[in-house]
Design a binder for this molecule. Structure first.
Ligand SMILES: Cc1cc2nc3c(=O)[nH]c(=O)nc-3n(C[C@H](O)[C@H](O)[C@H](O)COP(=O)(O)O)c2cc1C
Length: 211
């Protein structure tokens, strides 16, 4: 099977990319309007990019029905703040509920039965039920096309549920932290078997490289 992306429709590229580049982490992003109306929405075009500066990236599309930018994009552009709440099985259903198309003045957190959690570095709250929260400021918003924005967010602080991160070593307990991932369509996954592979300390000699 071979697909030339220049010959594919936008929809078909989406279908192939979303179903092959997975599992993807999920950012349940909280933002607010300048007037303080809270908003929450999940994004799986999401990952971290670097640690110095500490950057995360989000792919924000426009609405499929109206082509209007999403409330998350508008709020980040107007306030310069967001909280990336990471998602575990316990908040999977409320996370999906936050993807419902509500009016800009409607609060998705209340709609999904989630509780605001006060941030320290930004004025927008995170989500109390989330296992981990990243308090972020806007580093750069790039409009890629009429329908797509690339949001680069700088992580200013992290807070986590008690028991997930050891205060001394900063090690994360995989017994306590069980993030879920987005697959395709309405499918999600929990972590499966976890295995370790040490990186060899000496370079491996490639037999084909010998003269
Ligand atoms: C698991 C999941 C992942 C999603 N990932 C994205 C994404 O990466 N980019 C995007 O634009 N929309 C994504 N969506 C759709 C948005 O969450 C949805 O359009 C939401 O209503 C936007 O809300 P807002 O207008 O309040 O920002 C995703 C939805 C779900 C359920």
């Amino acid at each position: 099977m071979y697909a030339d992306f220049s010959e594919l429709s936008e929809r078909d590229r989406y279908k192939l990319l979303i179903a092959t580049v997975m599992p993807r982490p999920i950012a349940l992003v909280t933002t607010q309007t300048k007037a303080g109306v809270l908003n929450a929405a999940p994004f799986s075009f999401f990952n971290i990019f670097s640690e110095d500066p500490a950057l995360a990236v989000l792919g924000l599309e426009s609405r499929r029905d109206s082509n209007a930018i999403k409330d998350t994009t508008a709020n980040i552009e107007s306030t310069g703040e967001l909280v990336i709440n990471l998602v575990d099985r316990a908040i999977a259903e409320p996370m999906v509920a936050c993807a419902a198309s509500l009016e800009p003045h409607e609060d998705e957190l209340a709609f999904a039965g989630l509780t605001p959690y006060a941030s320290r570095k930004v004025s927008v709250p995170g989500i109390a039920e989330a296992p981990v929260r990243l308090e972020c400021t806007l580093f750069e918003m790039r409009q890629i096309t009429a329908r797509r924005h690339l949001c680069v967010a700088e992580v200013q602080a992290l807070s986590a549920r008690e028991g997930i991160i050891d205060l001394q070593s900063l090690h994360v307990s995989l017994d306590a932290y069980k993030p879920i991932a987005r697959l395709m369509g309405e499918s999600y996954a929990e972590l499966g078997e976890i295995f370790t592979i040490p990186i060899p300390s000496a370079p491996i000699t490639n037999v084909n490289d010998t003269p």
